[in-house]
Design a protein around this ligand. Structure first.
Ligand SMILES: *[C@@H]1O[C@H](CO)[C@@H](O)[C@H](O)[C@H]1NC(C)=O
Ligand SMILES: CC(=O)N[C@H]1CO[C@H](CO)[C@@H](O)[C@@H]1O
Length: 372
């Protein structure tokens, strides 16, 4: 072997192939442990606020919210569900809020229902990314209600959460929301608070609380901070209940593969509903440079990964990929502007959604129709 090729091989196997921040190599597998999230601890103000709302009889259950829908979706002939669209309330066309993430009671608990309810939760970012809300959709009658996400910043007060909420995942009593370049925020489904009417968010000057007209708020309980020296874009998130232990997958949306386009899996602890960690440090268990542009959501089940990709105004794709093999493009499989994905083992369904104004739907896809 010539010295020059020996050096090339050594460099290739020792550094380049494992460089977590460079996808421009033949091997696309990366070392999961290079992708690190640090648990920032539980919010110190949650307990006092929780006591305050509990004492006032204003703490409600997830099932109460599912049973308190004030809007309704409609279903078209192909089974797509559209948001309410009337002259005085129009979630279909509003530019103020844009739907992003989807999860369901099938993510929350393996049984598929939560407190007896079967439903979806969808996240929306406000146009300025300075606030986010989640919608509880009651699947027995397609009624729904929006709930504001809040951050307890004082022992008796909360504020809006400046997050894009590009993807969400429900796991037990926790709701995980990606925070683009920062990591993941986790919200507490055991603490949903009923507030009074009012435009402001938080404590009202004359007593009580309000949330920009929303009836309920869902507070943040903890967060995971991205700590490596290189950037990672948390664009989407999903749960895989078919692995042992359960795991989550996060990945990057990029418009060009000049940038690294990666996805990473982390293991979950079903007892604590936290990431498996060494102290507060959680390292990825698997990472890959998948390299497909404009991916807005991905979910894995039974070893297969499903990816949704947007194509501008054109219909979106669902890609079927088994790591190690070439991904298959199911071209135009979904309407334009698909976003996050989640999986339901009951009937092996995928749930997705679309964001474009005038064409905002919740989608249910049959995985048996997706080619690999
Ligand atoms: C939501 O679903 C339940 C059944 O789980 C039903 O009893 C309830 O009336 C539904 N609708 C509303 C608007 O609450
Ligand atoms: C109420 C309203 O303005 N609805 C519009 C939403 O957007 C679609 C598609 O652009 C229109 O067809 C609706 O009229």
């Amino acid at each position: 072997m010539k010295l020059s090729s020996f050096l090339f091989l050594a460099a290739g196997s020792l550094s380049l192939a494992q460089n977590a921040n460079n996808c421009d190599t033949d091997s696309k597998k990366r070392n999961g442990a290079d992708f690190i999230l640090a648990d920032q601890g539980d919010n110190p103000n949650l307990k006092s606020l929780s006591n305050l709302f509990a004492e006032a009889g204003k703490q409600v259950l997830v099932s109460d919210v599912f049973d308190d829908g004030n809007h309704k979706m409609t279903t078209d002939s192909s089974g797509k569900k559209a948001w309410e669209e009337t002259s005085d309330f129009d979630d279909q066309n509003t530019s103020k809020w844009v739907p992003q993430g989807i999860t369901s009671t099938a993510d929350a608990l393996g049984a598929g229902t939560y407190e007896g309810k079967n439903g979806w939760v969808v996240s929306w970012h406000r146009d300025d990314d300075k606030s986010a809300r989640v919608t509880f959709v009651n699947r027995s009658d397609d009624s729904y209600r929006h709930v504001l996400l809040v951050y307890p910043h004082a022992e008796d007060d909360f504020e809006e959460v400046p997050v894009h909420a590009g993807g969400i995942m429900w796991y037990g009593n926790t709701l995980w929301v990606v925070d683009t370049w920062k990591g993941i925020r986790v919200f507490d489904m055991d603490n949903i608070w009923h507030v009074e009417s009012g435009d402001g968010v938080g404590k009202k000057s004359n007593g009580g609380y309000s949330a920009a007209g929303y009836k309920y708020v869902l507070p943040q309980i903890r967060s995971y901070k991205w700590t490596p020296s290189f950037d990672f874009r948390f664009s989407f998130i999903s749960l895989d209940r078919t692995t042992t232990p359960d795991s989550l997958l996060v990945g990057e949306y990029q418009t060009s593969d000049d940038d690294p386009i990666r996805m990473v899996k982390f293991e979950l602890d079903y007892e604590t509903r936290k990431l498996k960690a060494d102290g507060t440090t959680a390292k990825g268990s698997w990472a890959y440079c998948f390299g497909i542009e404009r991916v807005q959501g991905a979910v894995q089940a039974d070893g297969k990964i499903y990816l949704s990709r947007s194509n501008g105004q054109s219909d979106g794709d669902i890609w079927g990929w088994i790591p190690g093999k070439t991904a298959h493009q199911n071209k135009g499989f979904v309407p334009s502007s698909p976003e996050d994905l989640s999986y339901d083992s009951r009937g092996k369904k995928l749930y997705g959604l679309t964001e474009a104004a005038g064409g905002r739907y919740i989608l249910t896809l049959d995985t048996s129709e997706i080619k690999f």
